[in-house]
Design a protein around this ligand. Structure first.
Ligand code: TRP
Length: 330
């Protein structure tokens, strides 16, 4: 048995500053698995072009996102962080993989169908159809065993497994080149947005990891609560209240008291929200401090990225030479 660590590969599209949903749904998970696994984290800047080809903001957004990753505790000494666009092997492996999957398979992808519906698109570009093929290249270039992602990404992991299997069967007589990676969901259920809908930057219902005490208070005040609880004294239903789900996450020691106060009516929504805002503010304080540090040390951030890209490139090049050899195209 080899004692080599299993590999984690995960990434995000660079949408700029991250919000609480990213922290709870992904980043905390990445950080907690770091050390036990060999982590790689990619900034999916090419993927960002699938829904919007305008690229003028992508670099700034990538840096902003990297700052959030570092502030959340990803350690650049052990976990390379890099941009997809700077490692040419992603594009190359994507091309090879595009021969191993049918268009009808890609058209059946439920995540794509959902996006088309949510964004009300009447047509999509070729690269958007191939989104999961590029994602398979992202994962398999680093021989990712485990991919911590949200539920919406599981169909992409399934396509990755199918492509890995197909490659291994077609080209690898001796030992398989690629593992069949597994998706790993976070334990914590998804945090709803402040209006009760899915938390999303484009909807504008989020708390950013960079928000200060006043912004958090202001945003919390506007959060939707149980519509049956109109004024203090009315009994509320914590289990359907999104503010309560935030208490659950950020105020574990007081949830029993908040629940009984809400249900009996003795706790009003205004007080409940203020207490919640305070907890979130405290929970994010270390993150905000680290953000401020990196924002004033941008050269250090850029060096971290450069270093991550150098490390990732070495791994990617090694995998590509195995790929070419297996295909008799060396
Ligand atoms: N598709 C992912 C998302 O939208 C981002 C991503 C790109 C990714 N490449 C990846 C995630 C590889 C995991 C592994 O969230």
């Amino acid at each position: 048995m080899s004692d080599k660590k299993k590999v984690i590969l995960s990434g995000m599209r660079p949408t700029g500053k991250l919000h609480l949903g990213h922290l709870v749904g992904a980043l905390e998970n990445w950080v907690s698995l770091q050390g036990e696994y060999q982590n790689y984290h990619l900034i999916a800047d090419y993927h960002a072009l699938t829904t919007d080809p305008v690229s003028s903001q992508i670099y700034d957004h990538s840096i902003d996102m990297l700052i959030d990753w570092l502030s959340a505790g990803l350690d650049p000494k052990i976990s390379p962080m890099f941009r997809q666009s700077q490692i040419k092997e992603h594009a190359e492996l994507h091309l090879i993989f595009s021969m191993l999957v049918t268009t009808s398979r890609l058209e059946r992808n439920p995540t794509l169908k959902e996006q088309v519906r949510d964004l009300e698109m009447d047509t999509i570009v070729y690269g958007h159809l191939g989104y999961p093929v590029l994602q398979a290249a992202d994962i398999l270039l680093y021989k990712g065993d485990v991919v911590p992602v949200g539920e919406d990404q599981l169909p992409h992991i399934e396509i990755t497994r199918e492509i890995a299997r197909r490659f291994n069967v077609l080209y690898c007589e001796a030992a398989p080149v690629f593992p069949e990676p597994e998706g790993k969901l976070t334990k914590f259920a998804r945090l709803p947005g402040l209006d009760g809908r899915r938390m999303s930057k484009s909807i504008g219902n989020t708390i950013l990891l960079s928000d200060g005490p006043d912004e958090i208070k202001k945003k919390m005040k506007g959060a939707v609560t149980d519509p049956q609880k109109v004024r203090k004294g009315d009994p509320g239903r914590p289990d359907i209240c999104l503010v309560f789900s935030y208490h659950n996450k950020f105020n574990a020691t007081e949830t029993a008291e908040i629940r009984s106060g809400c249900e009996s009516g003795s706790l009003g929504c205004v007080d409940c929200k203020l207490r919640c805002a305070e907890r979130i503010t405290n929970a994010l304080a270390p993150h905000r401090e680290k953000r401020a540090y990196y924002e004033s040390h941008l050269d250090e951030v850029k060096n971290i990225l450069h270093d991550g890209e150098t490390k990732a490139r070495t791994v990617a090049q090694h995998t590509m030479s195995e790929v070419h050899q297996a295909m008799h195209m060396g």
